[in-house]
Design a protein around this ligand. Sequence first.
Ligand code: ZN
Length: 443
Amino acid sequence: MRRFTRTEKARLALEFATRYRIIRDFPFRGQEQILSWQFRRIQRLLDIAYHHTDLYRKKYDAAGVHPRDVRTWEDFRSVPVLTKEELIESGTGAVDRRRNPDHLFVSRSSGSSGELVSVYLDAKAMTTQAVQAVRMIREMAPGHGPLDRELLIYTSEYPYSSIGGLYRTTHLPTLRPTHQMTDHIARTRPTVIAAYPSILRDLLRLGDLRGAAPGLQAVITNSEQSLQAERDEFADQLGCAVHDEFSSEELSSIAHQCRHQTYHLTQDSSYVEVLSPTADTPLPAGQLGEIVGTCLINAAMPVIRYRQGDLASLRARRCGCGRDGPVLDTFVGRKNDSFWRRDDVEVPSGQILDWTYNLILTHQLGVQEFQVTQRTTRDVEVALVVSPDYDRPSANPLIASSFRHTFGSSFDVSIAVVPAIRRTTSGKYNPIRSLVRRSPHRY
Ligand SMILES: [Zn+2]
């Protein structure tokens, strides 16, 4: 990703100086006001998508949808849903053709079968993201000030490293060895760290993270599924708050936890619906379905009603932090990672993650890391990286029988002790994997 130019840096500093308070207070506006702001934004994006991109023009013409007919939320629900496969296939077909893709910022996200989606953003979208990120950090770490430093352990670097010299961010690639990360932390003394939960786990296991960063105010986990119980344990070990953030390259920020651990939607970044996985119909509050999102900040490449493959439910909730909008009620992971029983019952990956946590970690079986893979509708493999006190004769059968007891006796469970769990090419740890695919009609 290219860096900000001098002019873009100056615009970022100006945006922060003039608009931070408005952006900070946005989540606390009334829902009616927020929804009408979101709707105006969506109308503008639909207009750009229809008149200036090849992908949406073709798609909306085929469905008989024209932006001028989208006047209510009900109308919006008739706009066709976009899939990851369509976005991959179109290449730059969703980019506003008045923009030169070479001048935009590109970030990539992987599809279900390994192909990459390229997401093109302009400097304005990156700037909005930067200001919203400061808001998020200050919500999670109220003491975080302009001279404090954030360490971002992520696949790619941001195109800027500070806002006018303040709110500095340093970056480490996710594939850097753990001891080098600890050294970097000891040298730079960040007050906030954002990292994958698996990297945080390694940092805590292999080094003295608390000693390296004595001024740590908050840790933000992202990109991989993690459980509240585990984050609470991290928080205990670190002596600071640990909160989770949920975002994607396509939709930007989707939700993040407040200090009451509630996942509030980031309503000035994306508009989120929960639809049935089989049809494009909205589901009632509290019902589990698939997240379909519209990115509200990216005008260079509109992402509208995008099915990104995550399962969750939504609900309106008044929270102790003062917000009363929609929150992610349950978040159970990626649809493609769901396990399938032979009788076609779906087991969401989040439930399996819960099981592993309860069994392996709270029973102190001496397991350092695990990966549960469904290979066929019958075969499940539990791969384990173990410590010397792991007792194979008693623990192996315990794990296998507990899995069958919890998720169904039709599964054959094998246990494999391995030297390491393979990471994805971007360094991501995937604890629950399914190699079994179900076509939508069998859902
Ligand atoms: Zn809250």
